[in-house]
Design a protein around this ligand. Sequence first.
Ligand code: KG4
Ligand code: ZN
Length: 409
Amino acid sequence: MLASGLILGIETSCDETAAAVVERGERTISSVVASQIATHVRYGGVVPELASREHLRAIVPVVRAALAEASLTLADLDAIAVTSGPGLAGALLVGITYAKALGFANQLPLIAVNHLEGHIHAVLLNERGTTNESGAPDPASGTWESENRDDDPALALVVSGGHTHLYLARLANGSWSYKLIGRTVDDAAGEAFDKVAKLLGLGYPGGPWIDALARFGNPNAVPFSFAQIKAKAHLGGKPARTKAAKTAPIAPLDPHFLFSFSGIKTAALRHVELHGLRAEARERVSRVLENFHPPQTREEALALCPQATLDLIASFQHAVVGDLMKKTFAAAESLGAGRVLVTGGVAANRELRERFTAEAARRGLHIAFPTLALSTDNAAMIAAAAWPRLLAHDFAPTGLSADPSLTLA
Ligand code: KG4
Ligand code: ZN
């Protein structure tokens, strides 16, 4: 018998220590995220050992803050949900160990959540109608999980710093199931944003910098292109080349729904070298502020980068968003999905939201994103994804451990 429907979510899979309390998978009571950006910024990326250490420092105060913000105690909860993978092993272990101890001491069941399913539930949480950006009721409420939706699958693009995956998501008898449709064969899209930003001397993470600067450049200045991926080229027992590529087999997937972002990163590097943008970029590294202040005017943007760099940034973003769009909508069409959801850190991108929304409208499809705050890693999405599991009494075994390459579907 559920007393309250309150779940405490804990997320430590990468570089955010997060805790949140969500009621019945639909109402965010509190959500606290402690970012480690200041720790990793000088390395231009996440350093796994430092991430674990920072999680150890932050986990207790972050969980306490989430309960305090919700004006609740552990005794008010029905369960604790924790991310069990995929992610960094040491980072995941901090959250799992703490969640286990907390659950054991307070006789609360533990629910293991796949981080990728969490990202999908960030959209569903929003769509359930109680947590939109302004706090107002969401008119789209109920369109994703109402009774008659069981036979209408949704196409989900999870696009972040560690993942670029397409899933067909189905709701049946109150619980969601997922089928992997496509994914990246090398870098994740967010990784490409981060690497291109780094080579231009911009801050980490790079996505928000590129997003803010792109609108001052010409998106057609540099002709980036994506070649059709041949499935066979990535088979033959060859080891996966990046961490993103390790998480699921490629062989059964339609090559039309495979992504590759390592080529565009190299093309951007070549463009930077050919046009002498690098020396000027190196100089800028020393000037980059750790606090992110997006430029509001062309003059402010030009103070950070010359027009040639702004054009490169705009062209890069335009090409990546175009490729994500092309494959996502082709998959939706081919699989008969009437609804598309886009989630993960890159889903915060302004151009991505605008172009996906316009294309969905053109095709008569329903489209949904998480709020901006829930696009990047957070624990509200973990608590929301745990709700159907709690109803089904689907609890984690006492021996739960981290699974860095956990797959969904
Ligand atoms: O979902 P997330 O917080 O962590 C992972 O699960 O990976 O995503 C972080 C990624 C980073 O690569 C970051 O550069 C990217 O999301 N990102 C963006 C934007 N905001 C964050 N990429 C493009 N445009 C943005 N506005
Ligand atoms: Zn994530």
